[in-house]
Design a protein around this ligand. Structure first.
Ligand code: G1P
Length: 293
């Protein structure tokens, strides 16, 4: 059973990044030399994904334009002697097919994933959040590792986690792991954005999931939860409570997630990618008095 399909929700309004996101999708914000969502697509392609379904919403057409093959631009670069820039469009030729479905009402991440149900049509699939970059310098293979685990374990879901500072748990889905020190663990519970005083751990959902289609049954029965939204976390919790096996897997040491959902983490991503730039990073580090990265 090959898993070659990823659902990438990109319908969120990006409210926490206003006014940046008033007329452009947060997934198209620049980090280093690419818009955020291009890193996500390249990561998925590296991990064997061949079909990507974006769940879009109002104001997101820039994402569709970005992944089109722009013949006019290619010709323009050729005709004006700017062939050196053609390499920057190599991502257009990624061995991936793109599909789009609209989330017609903003009812939360769980509802966005539910909008992919007819397309997914009974397959097992990956969900990769379009506003989360994994790892600097195109190295992350976590989705590939998760898919292997998923296939070997007969789990209903495998979810990537990273440790966050205790005060940041209120921003994320937080795990109750059966074995808190294990690299791969059974999830006993998952809580969306808990109060830090009640958080079951500081292991936060890192924006990558592998699901069997049973998630759709759970999502269809999930009422609005935190912030009045239909939460993917709550549907996963239903699976756990129904006795289904759900596994957590930690990001490997040294691999971090850059969450573009709010300014603090967005700024961190912008700075870290800029100082790691192969061409300008060294000079920038010197200027900023940063020793290495
Ligand atoms: C969503 C999920 C949350 C997860 C987070 C990762 O929250 O609901 O469980 O930890 O993404 O970025 P959002 O950022 O949409 O509020």
């Amino acid at each position: 059973m090959a898993i070659d399909l990823a659902v990438v929700p990109v319908a969120g309004r990006g409210t926490r990044l206003l006014p940046l996101t008033k007329s452009q999708p947060k997934e198209m914000l620049p980090v280093g030399r690419r818009p955020v969502v291009q890193y996500v697509v390249e990561e998925l392609a590296r991990c064997g994904i061949k079909r990507i379904l974006f769940v879009t919403g109002p104001g997101k057409t820039a994402i569709e334009n970005h992944f089109d093959i722009d013949v006019e631009l290619i010709n323009h670069l050729r005709e004006t002697g700017k062939e050196e820039f053609l390499a920057e469009l190599a991502f257009e030729r990624e061995d991936v097919e793109y599909f789009y479905v609209r989330q017609r009402r903003q009812l939360g991440l769980g509802h966005a994933v539910l909008c992919s149900r007819a397309f997914v049509d009974g397959d097992c699939f990956v969900v990769a959040l379009g506003d989360s970059i994994l790892g600097l310098n195109e190295r992350s293979r976590i989705v590939e590792v998760m898919v292997e685990r998923f296939k070997a374990s007969e789990a209903a879901a495998v979810i990537a986690f990273e440790e966050v500072a205790p005060e940041d748990v209120a921003e994320y889905g937080i795990a109750l792991p059966r074995d808190k020190d294990a690299e791969v663990f059974i999830l006993d519970d998952l809580v969306e954005k808990p109060d830090p005083s009640q958080a079951p751990s500081n292991l936060a959902v890192a924006g990558r999931y592998v699901f069997s289609p049973v998630i759709f049954e759970a999502l269809a029965e999930t009422p609005p939860g935190k912030n009045g939204e239909i939460q993917l976390t709550d549907a996963i919790r239903r699976l756990i409570r129904a006795g289904r096996k759900v596994l957590g897997i930690r990001l490997p040491p040294g691999e971090r997630r850059f969450d573009i959902g709010h300014f603090e983490s967005y700024f961190r991503a912008v700075v870290e990618f800029a100082v790691a730039d192969p061409q300008f990073g060294a000079a920038l580090r010197q200027r900023l008095g940063i020793k290495s990265c």
